[in-house]
Design a protein around this ligand. Structure first.
Ligand code: ADP
Length: 262
């Protein structure tokens, strides 16, 4: 009887082990699929600016005597496309490092100060919009100061990129007993209901044609990086938007225990 019970347990254990193996295999396969798609998308994204650079250089070599104005225009194009390539590679490396478990610092951080830093940096280089800052209450969270600043800069940069000159950009922060929530709001071009759920996908960019040839030169990786940073802080990020009216990028982060004593 003891042998029979022992046999049953062994069979059960083997079944559990096989099931775990199957699940691991499925997860691994899914992970490899995601990785493969990332590489394919990345190659596609890199090919576009590269083709533009090569095409422009071909023209310069084949027609060395075109007038200076045309030459300057072509060189300007090459410069724009190569800095776009640089941004792409930089952003892709960052996401790839994130995928392989890049570690985050874990410090007590004054979120309001980090936001203020990012705000001032954006204000210094942005003369095109009304920048409205509402009072930022003092709030401590647990996390990585540099990454949090990068997160705020991504959202502020998007607000400036997708808001026509003369529009308004706003930053606000509020807290409750568990979390802090900040929003970067703009009165810009907005995002349609169909595009809204996709903006956190890697390389996703809303119809480039709507920028009417004035593509602000994004990589489609800003929001995925923002989401990665928020995930690492166990928070939430989402966008609220109305086409033609504007966008709110909202981030909610858990508070650290220090708030009770500050
Ligand atoms: P990008 O580098 O193209 O800005 P992101 O990942 O940061 O890439 O954003 C993805 C897309 O979401 C953008 O290409 C843009 O179409 C849209 N988007 C992001 N933020 C805003 C905003 N504040 N207003 C309007 N559209 C936005």
């Amino acid at each position: 009887f003891v042998g029979f019970i022992g046999g049953c347990i062994e069979m059960h254990d083997r079944r559990v082990a096989q099931e775990a193996l199957r699940q691991n295999e499925a997860q691994l396969r899914e992970l490899m699929e995601v990785q493969k798609r990332f590489v394919a998308d990345a190659a596609h994204e890199i090919r576009t600016p590269l083709a533009a650079i090569q095409g422009n250089l071909d023209i310069l070599i084949r027609y060395p005597h075109i007038d200076n104005k045309d030459k300057l225009e072509i060189i300007g194009d090459v410069q724009r496309e190569s800095s776009r390539l640089g941004r792409l590679v930089h952003d892709m490396l960052q996401l790839a490092r994130g995928d392989s478990g890049l570690s985050f610092k874990e410090d007590e951080v004054r979120l309001d100060q980090v936001l203020l830093d990012a705000w001032r940096e954006t204000e210094r280089i942005n003369r095109n919009h009304h920048m409205v800052l509402t009072d930022l209450p003092r709030v401590w969270i647990y996390g990585d100061r540099d990454r949090l600043k990068q997160l705020a800069l991504i959202l502020l940069e998007n607000a400036t990129k997708y808001t026509p000159k003369g529009g308004t950009i706003q930053l606000s922060l509020k807290t409750n007993s568990q979390s802090a929530e900040f929003r970067v709001s703009d009165s810009g071009i907005g995002i349609s209901e169909t595009d809204l759920p996709r903006v956190f996908e890697r390389f996703y960019r809303v119809d480039k044609a709507r920028h009417r040839g004035q593509d602000p030169g994004g990589t489609g990786l800003g929001l995925p990086i923002a989401k990665w940073i928020v995930d690492q802080h166990h928070g939430d990020i989402w966008m609220e938007s109305k086409l033609g009216e504007g966008t709110h990028a909202v981030v909610r982060l858990p508070l650290s225990e220090d708030n009770s004593t500050s």
